[in-house]
Design a protein around this ligand. Structure first.
Ligand code: SF4
Length: 227
């Protein structure tokens, strides 16, 4: 049952289209979604790891205004960077990674962000997800992306049992789910739906655009139509 649902290309397309359509109408707007500047995208994605978009929004505009280039950021004191990030949690390791990345970009690349996954992944604090986000959102090179939000939503909707971002099956699945385009609205739709409707403890299925396509909702719906 689960296997056939997961491998059904028709369902995959329906869910993808519903998510993109919903994002076009209900998606949230953030400054890092309004730019294709690789440095701005990279910093945003590094800050967004293990943090909510709402928390990053309180920090990002001021941070990017003060450090508007890798060169400027590379010259900052790490303690200053840490102070900027102290409401996000993990500020020590974040500040260290961001600082080291900026120093690398300033020294080795004259302040430019690489457009290859190999080089992106070699930057401190930049894993496959952040690398893929930079390639997709800034350079227009579509790449599948897997993180906790993606795994959570896919497991609920498709009844899969992917274990997390380290699960290679999840990456294979997202390659199919995202299709050739790997539309950024699909990924932003996933993030926004998990933040507003597909909550981890009690999902708000009544306000979800995927309720008639979702395996989890289908399993939990009672005969009278309530959950
Ligand atoms: S129907 Fe419910 S469980 Fe399924 S994706 Fe939507 S909110 Fe999540």
């Amino acid at each position: 049952m689960k296997h056939s649902f997961l491998s059904d290309a028709g369902n995959i397309t329906l869910v993808r289209n519903a998510l993109i359509e919903w994002f076009d109408k209900e998606g949230r707007s953030f400054p890092w979604r309004e730019t294709t500047d690789p440095y701005r995208v990279l910093i945003a994605e590094m800050l967004l790891r293990r943090t909510t978009a709402a928390a990053v929004l309180r920090v990002y505009p001021k941070f990017i205004k003060q450090f508007d280039s890798p060169t400027k950021l590379s010259k900052a004191r790490e303690s200053t960077i840490r102070r900027h990030l102290n409401t996000l949690g993990l500020q020590s390791i974040r500040a260290k990674h961001i600082h080291e990345t900026a120093k690398y970009l300033a020294k080795k690349r004259a302040g430019s962000v690489p457009d290859s996954m190999l080089e992106l992944e070699s930057l401190p604090g930049v894993g496959r997800y952040v690398g893929a986000a930079v390639l997709s959102f800034a350079f227009g090179q579509p790449e599948p992306m897997v993180d906790g939000n993606v795994v959570h939503l896919v497991n609920r909707v498709f009844g899969s049992s992917f274990k997390g971002a380290a699960d290679s099956r999840a990456w294979e699945f997202m390659e199919r789910f995202g299709g050739k385009k790997q539309d950024k609205r699909l990924y932003w739709g996933i993030i926004d739906l998990v933040a507003t409707a597909c909550l981890r403890r009690v999902p708000r299925c009544g306000q979800c655009p995927l309720s008639n396509l979702c395996e989890y909702h289908g399993r939990n719906v009672k005969e009278d139509g309530t959950t």
